[in-house]
Design a protein around this ligand. Structure first.
Ligand SMILES: C[S@@+](CC[C@H](N)C(=O)[O-])C[C@H]1O[C@@H](n2cnc3c(N)ncnc32)[C@H](O)[C@@H]1O
Length: 374
């Protein structure tokens, strides 16, 4: 029991550095590609104070346009900025003054106030006046709590920017409950064992928003590190932010165009792995059938019909028998090296030789799964 409380305190402490608020524009840009995926679906935003989250705002405003069945958003009460950050609505209701964790569930949004359009005023009216739309949670809104897991069970798609410090726990939970997801994370998460395995199994891919150029987030007043001020609010840049999803993403069904030929001089072998080194994914030779080490950015272009992923030189691949099979040294923690010089983390890949039955399944799915953006 004591351990559980300690763990919760530890998580709450970690979460205090996780207050990065996603901008509406970034949410709009990414979600616009998956419109059809949301029709008649229950969307859960489980790290989202509805009064502070642009994810909630986006789905509330687009509830009818997307044809959602239900929208659920839950907030976390140890959040240091609960109800003070974005202030999307007037949050002076007695429940919110207590700053207790609560959930909002919406099944229908109409022009309640009769002003001729459906907007945030209607959402606010709904929250204030319709019973059972806003209810207090018994727990603190931790996405791992029993109460939130019950909501997760009901959901079809989870869409949020979860606390990065709990990203592994978050993705493991989604995987355990076998849910569709569209979430923001850090590109470093690709190397986590949990995520890398999902990439290898084609259970997770990167989204449409350009990978590795970063995103801007609103951060609390007390954060010292920020990029610039916008209307007096602190905006931070996280250059390693990206979207992760198991929804269809067109680019992952398209071959990377390969125009280079293999030569031993251009593509030396590693000292410690039986594989050749490729420095940029666009330089992958089109005529090499052995194992190649490519930078982690390859995963943003990865088409499982074109390449097999063998493993990763870093954590994600350490225990994988396939990586051990090409390892030329005993030490499992060895970074790839060429002439004794360390190279960054490499993903080991091999060209697919021919259509397998698995390819045929991917291809059969592709009509419905991949060609979705309009
Ligand atoms: C990166 S912020 C993103 C907030 C919002 N989803 C957005 O994108 O604007 C992560 C949020 O998760 C909340 N959080 C931290 N730990 C949590 C937990 N265990 N369960 C649920 N939410 C948590 C934090 O308070 C914070 O508001």
């Amino acid at each position: 029991m004591a351990k559980t409380i300690n763990q919760r305190l530890h998580n709450a402490k970690k979460a205090r550095n996780d207050e990065f608020y996603t901008q509406l524009n970034d949410i709009q840009l990414e979600i616009s590609h998956y419109k059809k995926e949301f029709k008649n679906k229950i969307v859960l935003c489980n790290c989202d104070d509805p009064y502070e989250s642009n994810f909630f705002k986006y789905f509330a405003l687009n509830f009818n346009a997307l044809g959602l069945k239900r929208l659920i958003a839950t907030c976390y009460d140890p959040s240091p900025i609960a109800c003070v950050q974005l202030d999307l609505f007037d949050s002076s209701t007695p429940e919110l003054k207590e700053k207790r964790a609560f959930k909002i569930e919406i099944e229908e949004i109409t022009d309640i106030n009769g002003d001729g359009s459906i907007d945030l005023a209607d959402v606010e009216f709904l929250i204030r006046n319709k019973k059972n739309v806003l209810t207090l949670l018994n727990s603190n809104g931790d996405f791992q709590s029993k109460e939130c897991k019950e909501l997760l069970k009901q959901a079809d798609i989870v869409v949020t920017n979860p606390p990065f410090s709990l990203f592994k726990e978050f993705i493991s939970l989604i995987r355990e409950y076998n849910k569709k997801f569209l979430i923001i994370g850090n590109t470093n998460a690709l190397k986590y064992k949990e995520c890398f395995e999902m990439f290898m199994r084609n259970e997770m891919r990167t989204g449409y928003t350009h990978f590795n150029t970063g995103m801007f987030f609103q951060v609390p007043e007390h954060y010292e590190k920020f990029h610039h001020l916008e209307n007096g609010k602190k905006i931070a840049r996280v250059s390693t932010s990206c979207w992760f999803t198991n929804l269809p993403v067109k680019k992952h069904n398209e071959d990377i165009v390969l125009f280079k030929s293999y030569t031993p001089e251009l593509y030396p072998k590693y000292d410690n792995y039986d594989a050749i080194n490729v420095n940029i994914y666009t330089d992958i030779p089109n005529d090499y059938d052995g194992i190649m080490g490519v930078p982690i950015t390859f995963l943003d272009k990865y088409n499982p019909k074109q390449f097999d992923i063998i493993g990763c030189s870093d954590r994600g691949g350490d225990n994988r028998p396939q990586v051990n099979a090409i390892r030329l040294t005993e030490k499992p923690e060895d970074s790839p090296k060429i002439n004794g010089k360390k190279i960054y983390t490499r993903v080991f890949i091999r060209r697919r030789q021919q259509q397998t039955s698995e390819d045929a399944n991917i291809a059969a799915d592709s009509g419905t799964q991949y060609g979705v953006d309009e």
